[in-house]
Design a binder for this molecule. Structure first.
Ligand code: PMP
Length: 344
């Protein structure tokens, strides 16, 4: 029998985007340059599909560790960072999971799957986080694990270094700093890694969303224990081969990320000039806006062939908000032109 609480859940909904400019899911809008695309396909041709993939992935972990200035034993690979969140919630004691609110939905959703209690700490109206309040809730709720998305999704802001390090120092349990948007942020938190603090990353936003590859950086002993709840062969052979190849060409993706960052600055200024739009500062590859009529903006953009995410209703703090992923220059121009039409 399916559990009653599972029956009561809504399935993770992915809207149909066919024929639309897709600015709803924080993907990189650029494809591989043509020459590199051909080389990548040739590389994939070396994979033996009749065999299980490399279970240990020592080579891949070594490449990632080198890039991060850490040891391969400090790297755990997941089928997207979502899978790593699940491994963390599976392997830690079943105490409370503490998160800010609003934040990335999977911390709460996976906790529910695993019947783990969740406590949330509301952000202030400007989406800043009160470190003392966060630590108080952790102490009161007998927190076992906490997730801080830095930058945060869906608000896009990066909490000050002082806020994050205060929480890291004061916490009595496991802190996971989720840096899914690190390629677009001015700062990351590898220096805080220790027995209590781990950093979670993904290649999804850098341009490999289709591969599903995330990684966790942490203390080698902690990583060794988490590795025990990793599904055998969780990273398929095509993803492994692709990542092995693409990690030697990261400059291409870093250039694309730089383009996205400069488009973010341009979009921010253009949106800031629009009357009746409030745009929030972002260190990620998306912008959160507050508008008078979010439904009209969502529907109007859809009619103009652009899919964004309507966040109104997801949380009281997100009233009137929509989230728009940064696209190519042409896509962003299309957003601005359509918005002018819709809200004048
Ligand atoms: N963390 C955050 C903060 C996210 O916004 C997302 C995706 N939206 C993820 C993790 C999951 O990324 P993936 O599973 O693609 O690695």
């Amino acid at each position: 029998m399916i559990r009653g609480d599972i029956k009561a859940l809504a399935a993770y909904h992915v809207p149909d985007s066919s024929g639309l400019i897709k600015l709803d899911a924080m993907e990189n809008p650029y494809v591989l340059p043509e020459g590199l695309h051909r080389e990548w396909l040739n590389h994939l041709g070396t994979v033996d599909l009749n065999r299980y993939p490399d279970a240990d992935m020592a080579g891949l972990r070594r490449k990632i560790a080198q890039r991060e200035g850490l040891a391969p034993e400090q790297v755990l690979l997941g089928n997207g960072s979502d899978e790593i969140i699940q491994m963390l919630l599976l392997a830690t004691n079943p105490g409370t999971c503490v998160v800010p609110k609003p934040t990335f939905v999977m911390y709460d959703l996976i906790s529910r799957w695993l019947k783990r209690p969740v406590a949330s700490v509301p952000l202030r109206a400007d989406f800043s986080l009160d470190a003392d309040q966060f630590l108080q809730v952790c102490a009161r709720e007998k927190m076992e694990i906490a997730f801080l998305a830095c930058p945060n999704n869906p608000t896009g802001n990066l909490w000050p270094e002082e806020t994050v390090s205060r929480i890291a120092r004061g916490i009595n349990g496991q802190l996971v700093i989720d840096e899914a948007y690190a390629p677009f942020a001015e700062r990351s938190h590898n220096h805080l890694i220790g027995p209590n603090v781990m950093v979670l990353r993904t290649f999804s936003k850098l341009g490999w969303a289709g591969l599903r590859l995330g990684y966790l950086l942490g203390d080698a002993d902690q990583i060794a224990h988490l590795n025990k709840v990793r599904m055998p062969y969780n990273i398929n052979a095509l993803t492994q081969a692709s990542a092995d190849f693409l990690l030697d060409h990261l400059d291409v993706f870093e250039e694309q990320a730089a383009l996205i960052r400069s488009e973010r600055t341009r979009m921010f200024s253009a949106l800031e000039r629009m009357a009746s739009v409030t745009v929030f500062p972002s260190q990620a590859n998306f912008l959160l806006l507050r508008v008078a009529d979010p439904k009209a903006v969502f529907e109007g953009l859809k009619e103009a062939g652009i899919l964004i995410k309507n966040m109104h209703g997801a949380d009281p703090m997100l009233a009137g908000c929509v989230r728009i992923t940064i696209g190519t220059k042409e896509e962003n121009d299309a957003v601005l032109a359509a918005l002018q039409e819709i809200i004048g």
